[in-house]
Design a protein around this ligand. Sequence first.
Ligand code: ADQ
Length: 494
Amino acid sequence: MSGDNSFVVVANRLPVDLTTEPDGTSTWAPSPGGLVAALSPVLERHQGCWVGWPGVADETFEPFRTDAGVLLHPVRLTAADFEGFYEGFSNATLWPLYHDLIVPPIYDREWWSAYREVNLRFADEVAAVAAEGATVWVQDYQLQLLPGILRQLRPDLKIGFFLHIPFPGPELFRQLPWREEVVRGLLGADLIGFHNESNAANFLDLARQVSGPSGSHIGQPDELRVEGAAATREIGAHITTSDGRRVGVGAFPISIDVDSIGPADPAAVAELRAELGEPKTVMLGVDRLDYTKGILQRLLAFEELLESGALDPEEVVLVQVATPSRERIEQYRVARSQVEEAVGRINGHFGTIGNPVVHYQHRSMPKSQLGAYYAMADIMLVTSFKDGMNLVAKEYVATHPDGSGALVLSEFAGASVELEQAHLCNPFDLESVKRAILNAVWDLDDAPEATRERMLAMHEQVTTHDVDLWASSFLDCLAQADSTGDSDGEPEPR
Ligand code: ADQ
């Protein structure tokens, strides 16, 4: 069973959405999101194949090519699969567990069955489209069993796995009732990539615990051996499994396609500021509406600064763009209503007719428009409680090549490792968020040159460490990795 694609990306979602035109015809449109933003340019260059769910339950679609030449191979999911695999196990079990229990994870045996079943189905599809010896790059937490299943179905494949969200400390991970199967699934890969060294170290610690005398806590796979540390952008460590395979582990910080986000049209930027009433300072938040992003905390910090008089509602506005996300999951509905209640309260208190102090938009928007929002913002607020990377922070920096603007950034976002010149804050501490916001405001006024230098340093970091470098670093390491030890030395696609 093999196809003719030598490079295959597998992700939960295909990078398209089905949209229905007013005349009733349907077309596929590119969909937004961190993963799509990151991978599209790489695949277009490889003319590769992307396997994923097309976003419509209970329907079967034929494979098709995008204008850029990427083959999209849809996987069918039923409405029940979507509930159990995606909304349930992926987003109400794994997502909160891997984001350090910001809300309690739900451990449900039926969701687990759905997760395993859907991973098996994805594996069958990949096995059918991948050519002999192909490179398969599996993306993210929804598909952690896939490397192990694929390894059994197709031992000839070179398999990489990248986790886009944090990997928790072993003591948290061990809560998961199906922890052995997940670890065994991941260890089917030749190379496992994380955003940064602390996530990779968490995984290596887990593997050490499995291999040590306390290995019985996690059951199989036992007898793992761990060598080395997780260095950035190279295979920092190896885990030797009980069957003698050497699995590479490394840190590969994801980044952005700088050209896709800018430069912004100055007329569009001027128009936006005019629509906002030409405030002295525009603050901006751009997030999926997710409880991990700390949107409410940022609003509360803003509210307290207005209440104390530290910020003047006649001089400052906060624009919050919140993309609808996972809206059928209870915790997301709660997060949305808390955010919207806070927006209403702040505007009721500090806004005047026609002049809200918080401009809230609950919708997605094209990248070009988002670029204009970033470019017009004086201060970007990224206050995630926990975030694998956070591409929004990097996109903001990229749209300020002249060093204008300022970035308030959570120290719990992976991006804080690279963007260390930001105004870092602890979103669990409202005073810390308030301090970071005020420091950004004061620095823009009183220390413009130092502020510019901070932004320019971050701009340099983002532009020289873009998504191409992320993908090529991972693929280079994957080409070198060979857990089976019987590579024929064929070059991998770049
Ligand atoms: P996300 O949690 O989705 O990604 P993030 O990294 O910020 O978070 O990416 C969001 C992307 O969506 C950005 O490219 C942004 O431009 C886009 N976006 C956000 N709001 C939008 C809107 N209203 N309209 C259009 N586009 C919008 C997950 C992890 C992150 C990790 C990425 C990539 O949670 O930590 O950085 O994957 O690995």
